[in-house]
Design a protein around this ligand. Structure first.
Ligand SMILES: CC(C)(COP(=O)(O)OP(=O)(O)OC[C@H]1O[C@@H](n2cnc3c(N)ncnc32)[C@H](O)[C@@H]1OP(=O)(O)O)[C@@H](O)C(=O)NCCC(=O)NCCS
Length: 142
């Protein structure tokens, strides 16, 4: 799949994935700081990845961890700083939600510390009943 807007493209074509850009950003991000390169690469291999490109240069990313039938978890959303503030983050998330292999899922989930507004604009809501969810959390050790 491919979506175009101005000089930007969102694609799920893995040939467009620049693992150095993704690992470089994520390994310094607040949520994945300290992630090992091999862990990061394995996560990319096993996800439906969405690359935001300017020309053929990757400037943003996110991925869906999904069974492509019932459930998807949206993860690792970023737009490089010099490309922010022009609607690309919202568009990237909108493209993920529009992907034909991700239609009719019973549940989408994500976690965010401070970007709730980005996701609520695309239809995400706070968890209605947090009591039904449980988790195991093992932060990376930087
Ligand atoms: C979050 C991020 C992807 C947004 O990208 P962007 O291209 O600048 O986003 P957009 O221009 O589409 O605007 C995002 C909208 O969400 C809102 N928003 C809410 N929380 C936000 C946050 N923490 N950061 C950025 N935007 C936020 C913005 O105000 C904007 O709303 P508006 O259009 O009504 O003004 C980008 O700032 C980024 O990569 N940040 C660092 C990584 C990160 O925090 N990722 C999210 C992890 S959950």
């Amino acid at each position: 799949m491919q979506w175009r807007r101005g000089g930007y493209t969102v694609t799920d074509d893995r040939a467009a994935l620049d693992t150095e850009v993704v690992f470089g950003f994520l390994s310094e991000s607040y949520w994945a700081k300290g992630i090992l390169r091999e862990t990061c690469l394995r996560s990319l291999e096993n996800s439906l990845c969405f690359m935001l490109l300017q020309g053929d240069r990757q400037v943003g990313f996110c991925r869906a961890v999904t069974d492509r039938a019932t459930f998807a978890y949206l993860a690792d959303v970023f737009v490089l700083p010099e490309h922010r503030g022009q609607g690309l983050g919202k568009w990237l998330v909108a493209c993920v939600l529009a992907h034909p292999e991700l239609q009719g899922l019973r549940r989408w989930m994500l976690a965010t510390s401070d970007a709730h507004g980005l996701y609520s604009s695309q239809g995400f809501n706070p968890v209605r009943d947090p009591a039904v969810f449980m988790e195991i959390v093992r932060p990376y050790k930087p």
